[in-house]
Ligand binder design. Structure first.
Ligand SMILES: Cc1cc2nc3c(=O)[nH]c(=O)nc-3n(C[C@H](O)[C@H](O)[C@H](O)COP(=O)(O)O)c2cc1C
Length: 473
């Protein structure tokens, strides 16, 4: 990454062929900013410190907010890096909570160390930063923390990594205070965290956006190593039974609907979707149709309430919730809403305009569209509803439920002549900010865009056609 000053006085951060403006700064700050290449002591950014420079502080905070800074713990005697901290969420800033020698610490059950290239990294889906461990002795101390350790016991050891690192790891929830002397599952976090399996929380945070800094999306990272797999699987050898003659060419209305279904990424903004259409769409695809209760564990367990809805759900969990970002819908104002599937009502949630805009713009860029969708449905999961019952498979089941719901949406949109497009990703950190709900309690697992189609009238002959060609959408 490089920092470049434009003639207008703005400083741009340039990386991976992109440039991001950081604002207007004086020539002196631009010059001092170049010192960041070698590193500046973090203490100089504490307000009140001797070298505190307000403008440089602003620039550094803006770089940090975009995840463009690394923080290095240095062995000053030998001028060697011991640990380098890589932020994973935009707002990370290293913080060292006060620890005392008698505090007992233990590793989070979500923390893990692994090789990345030629480096050892310590990470956790709960952590807002990743720790590159440059000194194997530090890795050894961290391994000791698989059982609770008093800080004063650790500090007596030759390979002690220093209290500052322990505090940084506590701040990132890689270590936590084991007050009761146990580091077991129930001792860490709130009652919602207990419900998560290690691999599920890791999969969730790494496969959605917002809580990691890894390359993500259609980047064709293996295109130079191998060709794409064929679109249709090469046939198995042996004789084949031709099914073409097994049924008539006449197709049912459901089969017609399935064949008409397609993704639409641009909408008719002159005649946007209206409140009646949106209400019909949600009523038909996602509304609670009935409630029932049943006893769990083969009738000997607690009674659990369930619902009946138009789409299937593993274990009748119905853990998915719909949040609507409305940009354009006749009869409804722009805003962010929760769909109350029981009441068939929309509850407005007050959010900052720039957050609503960020969600819509991210959906637009995920679709490669020229404008934001008229209505963006963020499909969120109440994770605990599924993981209270299912171990090892909870998150996988949630994603399968998302697939079932997406197809239900597609079918209803097709029937109504609306445009629709599934979106595989969402920013879980942004959603947490908008709703005030922590990312491990309820969060996005997929999105779906709908709006009025630019091609509302469907030619009759299209309804009966047994194959279709693409319009290039
Ligand atoms: C789980 C899932 C995620 C998808 N994510 C995106 C996406 O992020 N952006 C996009 O433009 N289309 C997305 N799509 C739409 C697919 O690109 C589309 O279904 C596929 O190209 C086939 O085209 P069709 O839907 O028109 O038949 C997604 C579809 C599914 C099922």
């Amino acid at each position: 990454m490089s920092l470049e000053r434009r003639t207008s006085g703005t400083i741009d951060a340039c990386f991976h062929g992109r440039s991001v403006s950081l604002g207007t700064f004086s020539a002196k700050t631009t010059e001092r900013a170049q010192e960041l290449r070698e590193g500046l002591p973090i203490a100089s950014f504490a307000a009140g410190s001797q070298n505190f420079d307000k403008e440089l502080d602003l620039l550094v905070r803006r770089l940090a907010r975009r995840g463009l800074l690394e923080y290095c713990l240095q062995d000053l005697q030998n001028n060697l890096s011991q640990v380098v901290i890589e932020p994973q969420v935009p707002e990370y800033w290293p913080t060292t909570p006060q620890l005392s020698a008698t505090d007992v610490l233990v590793l989070s059950r979500f923390a893990y160390m692994r090789r990345r290239g030629n480096e050892m990294v310590l990470e956790s889906p709960r952590a807002s930063a990743l720790f590159r461990i440059c000194d194997p002795k530090i890795a050894a101390t961290i391994a000791l923390l698989s059982t609770p350790q008093q800080i004063k016991q650790l500090s007596g050891r030759d390979e002690f990594c220093g209290g500052e690192l322990l505090a940084l790891l506590v701040d990132c929830q890689i270590l936590f205070g084991a007050a009761s002397g146990t580091g077991l599952r129930s001792a860490e976090g709130d009652e919602n965290l207990v419900l998560w399996d290690f691999h599920d929380l890791l999969f969730h945070t790494r496969s959605m956006e917002g809580r990691h800094a890894n390359p993500s999306g259609g980047l064709y990272q293996s295109a130079h190593i191998m060709a794409a797999l064929p679109a249709v699987r090469p046939p198995w050898p042996g004789t084949k039974i031709d099914l073409k003659a097994a049924h008539s060419e006449e197709i049912s209305t459901t089969a017609q609907l399935l064949r008409r279904r397609h993704s639409t990424r641009s909408f008719d903004d002159q005649r946007p979707i209206n409140a009646t259409e949106l209400s019909r769409f949600l009523d038909a695809s996602a509304r609670v149709l009935a409630t029932w209760s049943g006893r769990e564990f083969g009738n000997s367990g607690p009674t659990v309430a369930h619902t009946v809805r138009p789409y299937p759900s593993a274990g009748a969990s119905y853990e998915l919730e719909l949040y609507l970002s409305i940009d354009k819908c006749e009869g409804l104002g722009r805003g962010f809403f929760h769909y109350d599937a029981g009441e068939h009502a929309l509850a407005r949630i007050e959010v900052a305009t720039r957050e609503l805009e960020a969600l819509l713009v991210a959906a637009k860029s995920a679709m490669g569209a020229s404008s934001v969708p008229q209505v963006l449905i963020t499909i969120a999961a109440r994770f605990g509803r599924m993981s209270w019952k299912y171990s090892s498979i909870a998150y996988a089941l949630i994603l399968k439920d998302v697939g079932a719901l997406m197809q239900t949406f597609y079918m209803m949109a097709t029937e109504m002549g609306l445009g629709a497009c599934a979106i595989g990703t969402a920013d879980i950190e942004l959603f947490a900010k908008m709703t005030g709900i922590q990312f491990h309690i309820e969060g996005p697992v997929g999105q779906f865009a709908i709006g009025s189609s630019t091609n509302r009238a469907i030619p009759t002959q299209d309804l009966t056609r047994s194959s279709r060609t693409r319009s290039g959408e």
